[in-house]
Design a protein around this ligand. Structure first.
Ligand SMILES: Nc1ncnc2c1ncn2[C@@H]1O[C@H](COP(=O)(O)OP(=O)(O)O)[C@@H](O)[C@H]1O
Ligand SMILES: [Mg+2]
Length: 243
């Protein structure tokens, strides 16, 4: 479903993502674990067709991110951490609608999907409120709904939990697990080992642009003869890195 083939990105002399290959199946959560500057966001931006690879490529539902970015876009949902990026002057519903229109959905498809999402995320009460009037938690729900309005097969989450309080964090984790239940392919990045260990079926440890290790939590511990992902990480990335 998602196949990375020697994916590489250079910024001048810096190789931010260096020859990365892995594949993720339907219903699988793949965690990209790495410290700041490791290359997580650059990898995800290439998969999201926001950045062009310098070499190598990836296939998403059989479409090539380099040669068929328009086709790829219809199959991916993106939830990037930090700013949620809603339009303040639009209502919750209008924000979702706008994104759906960008994805070439027609009015009746959007109406039906909006109904479903409003129920799923319990947004009925504030659907017609301006985004500027919504609480943080409400905005988060709108961002979830917006990211899956076009029912993508693949979800890309870039540090979705950065800066969240405990309850918002739980919502994000629940959303990721719901996406898994729906059989989506999920890639998410994090620098928090406990989070990755808890949620992921498989983990890729990325360090200075290189995929230093890849496997299930159990496999990584066994191969590296360590009792926790944290110890595996320290072995591969170096002891001085506090994360
Ligand atoms: N647009 C850019 N131009 C130049 N260098 C960049 C750019 N984006 C990222 N980098 C560099 O690429 C490396 C990887 O960055 P990034 O993918 O953001 O890492 P992470 O998300 O793991 O923290 C870093 O050294 C960063 O400074
Ligand atoms: Mg990043």
């Amino acid at each position: 479903m998602l196949v990375l083939q020697n994916l590489t990105k250079k910024f001048g002399d810096l190789t931010a993502v260096n020859n990365i290959s892995f594949r993720v199946q339907k219903g699988e959560i793949f965690g990209l674990l790495g410290e700041n500057g490791a290359g997580k966001t650059t990898t995800l931006r290439m998969l999201a067709t926001i950045l062009k690879p310098s070499s190598g490529t990836a296939k998403i539902c059989g479409f090539d991110i380099k040669n068929e970015p328009d086709k790829v876009r219809g199959h991916i949902g993106i939830l990037f951490g930090g700013e949620i990026g809603l339009y303040d002057r639009l209502t919750a519903a209008e924000n979702i609608r706008y994104f759906a229109e960008l994805n070439d959905m027609n009015k009746s498809e959007i109406d039906e999907r909006l109904d479903y999402l409003a129920k799923t995320f319990q947004m009925e009460d504030f659907l017609n409120k301006k985004a500027s009037k919504l609480s943080k938690g409400m905005k988060q729900k709108v961002a979830f709904a917006r990211s899956i309005v076009h029912n993508p097969d693949i979800m890309l989450f870039d540090e979705p939990s950065s800066g969240l309080d405990v309850s918002a964090l739980r919502e994000v984790h629940r959303f990721i697990l719901d996406c898994k239940k729906e059989g989506k392919v999920i890639v998410f990045s994090s620098h928090t080992m406990s989070e990755v260990e808890k949620l992921c079926d498989r983990i890729g440890i990325i360090h200075k642009g290189i995929l230093a290790a890849e496997g299930t939590v159990g496999e990584l511990k066994e191969i590296h003869k360590k009792d926790s992902i944290e110890e595996v990480f320290v072995k591969l990335v170096g002891g001085k890195n506090e994360i």
